[in-house]
Design a protein around this ligand. Structure first.
Ligand SMILES: [Zn+2]
Length: 249
């Protein structure tokens, strides 16, 4: 088996959790499940997946979403907004509220059904990023929070992403951070982000930035986090490294 990020074949085992073996790539340090869950396992897992968070103060949360959407709108070259992995569509609705032309995609049928019912002014698609990128639409703002750690074929995802962005589009990303000081390095397998079936790729700051640069995203602006999470803004500018793609075949 190859590392889904750098194609290296040498791994160090981290440990087992619920029969899933977690390993770390010796070359790029990506943490992965080995072998990856099958299509069937993932289809079953995500069909009715709805991420429910405990919202203590919904008004405060809604305000925070709107402020983030407003900031992204200010930074972007236009108002076309896409949330990849939109769940029930709260962020899509916030983007609509600040004047964006807002769209959300998610692989969960249940989540998209809820989103359509809740937010009738926004568009929602029950498609993967690869499927949706085939529609030929382009966006100025892409929001992608806690998604990339679920992706098995990282290079296919990144290729689809580059098809979805206009020049100078702004992206907002979040994902768990294996390099964060709060990660229990002495007992890594106990870390809650090592989640069987669900989290198949755990990044650190270096390897995720390398991946994004390879596909033409530059000017990273990192938001420091008190929990073990990577959060950054980046811009799509294309560039020399854009054609370098080790998994293109
Ligand atoms: Zn690797």
């Amino acid at each position: 088996m190859q590392c889904s990020l750098c194609a290296c074949t040498v791994f160090d085992p981290i440990g087992k959790k619920e029969n899933s073996l977690f390993v770390r790539c010796r070359q790029c340090q990506l943490i992965a499940i080995q072998p990856h869950p099958s299509d069937h396992e993932l289809d079953t897992f995500y069909k009715n997946y709805v991420y429910t968070e405990r919202i203590i103060n919904p008004r405060k949360k809604w305000l925070r979403y709107r402020i983030r959407a407003w900031l992204l709108r200010r930074l972007a070259p236009g108002k076309k907004f896409l949330d990849i992995g939109c769940n029930v569509g709260n962020m899509v609705a916030a983007a609509h509220a600040v004047g964006c032309d807002a769209t959300g995609i998610d692989i969960s049928q249940t989540a998209i059904a809820h989103a359509r019912q809740l937010w009738q002014n926004c568009r929602f698609f029950n498609e993967t990023t690869e499927q949706f990128s085939g529609r030929g639409e382009k966006f100025d703002i892409v929001f992608c929070s806690e998604v990339i750690e679920h992706i098995r074929d990282l290079h296919s995802f990144m290729r689809a992403l580059t098809k979805l962005v206009n020049a100078n589009a702004i992206l907002f990303f979040t994902t768990p951070d294996s390099g964060h000081f709060r990660v229990p390095t002495k007992n890594l397998i106990a870390w809650s982000e090592l989640r069987p079936t669900e989290h198949v790729a755990i990044f650190n700051k270096d390897n995720i930035q390398r991946l994004f640069r390879q596909y033409g995203f530059h000017s990273f602006s990192q938001v420091p986090m008190h929990r073990a999470n990577l959060r950054f803004y980046t811009r799509y500018t294309g560039g020399d490294s854009f054609s370098v793609n080790n998994n293109a075949a």
